[in-house]
Design a protein around this ligand. Sequence first.
Ligand code: PLP
Length: 459
Amino acid sequence: MSIDTSQEEMEMRGGQGSRVSNTAALTAYKPIEGKGAVQPPVVDASTFAFSGVEEGQLAFGCAYGLGRVMKELDPDGTRKAEPIYARLSTSSMSTVESMMKAIEPGADWAFLGPAGMSCATMLVVTACHQKLDTGNPGLGMIRRDIVLYSHPVYGGTHALMEKVAPRFGFRAVAVDMRNLEAVRDAIKEFGGRIGLVYCETPANPTMAMVDIRAIADLLQDMYGDESRPVFAIDNTFAGIFQHPLLLGADVCLYSGTKYLGGHSDLIAGFLVGRTGKMCAIKSFDQGVVSVPFEMAILAHRTVMGFTPSSEMAHKLFTHMQTYILRMRKQAENATAIAEWLATHEKVARVYFPTLLEGTDAELYRKQMSGPSAMIAFELKDKSEKAVTVFLDSLKVVLLAVSLGFVRSLAEHPRTMTHSDITVEEQEKMGITGGLIRLSIGLEEPEDIMADLDQALAKV
Ligand code: PLP
């Protein structure tokens, strides 16, 4: 099977700029920006000298969105703000952000965070808020304190939603988003209080897929453009093979630790989005105002200190130069391995996009241009002993969590990544005792098959 089979179709659907392009990724940085250096220099200063007092004031006016300062110092909006302080941004950060923007079809902006989880946190606290007095008699008090999220999701996201968000007065409501009626019912119940609709597809670890376009259309129908909640997709698993911004999502979240980094030597996260979504925030000089969502994200990154280091941004930039090629090859390897596993006598079931049937298979063809490189499979023998013997017998595949690494990894979701979730909930999500998750790397696929085969033979 060729990878990227429906690329043409995706292009037709998304129009211009919908293709993932390695050339666009590699040419996003221009050596002239780094005084000719072909790799961008690492900026390791924490503070920056202004060329004059007015330049310093303008930089702050710009960073804090101070209308009065901007009007006075930059009435035509033509002056370039100078850098201030590394918690706001550095050129190492903006360089990798430009590259991410060039990679994600439909993106107008991209912001780097120190981890995927800090990006998820920023999404919740930016899209949702407690009662805010708008000071506008027409609008009065507004409240958006509910997150609607899909399940299953990554264990850390589940903990953020269920354990942390409620401590800040937010309520997270889990919905099976494959069931559009369930989403419709939740919207009817919570209406204007939903600030964020957060969906992970394909889901970790079962590869369950949600129809992104259908959810976007439902939100549009039920709310209209103005009052629609922010619609975010965790695109970590799908990477280059799914373009949520072209399917109606406002924002994509990535754990940059995974395929983007690809070398298991850094922790990072990205929020990448389209312009157009507005969001109510408290401004320093104007009370509650409505600002573009990305401006609010940036303001929150700065004041909450969710700023990555320049060293990490630089390392991520270097690894992302091969991101698209790595993912294509990893998906090709995973396809061969998943198809082989599906025929193995010790394996009860394989979860992999190309092996889906019925409406799930249709959704895969409609929504993704390739399967990515995550496989989940169930052993016929679901006992703890069988799982332990299998995982302990692997020699080439590493027994480790995380994913997207150049080396193949195996883990046991029930007792590792998703162990924080009760067994009853795990069962509902399809996380059985015999389920193993694989992240396929760049080894020769026949060597991975031989390794899995010898470990399966011991079960
Ligand atoms: N989203 C998914 C699907 C993940 O698998 C993970 C981590 O495993 C995260 C988000 C969180 O990312 P990070 O570990 O970079 O904080």
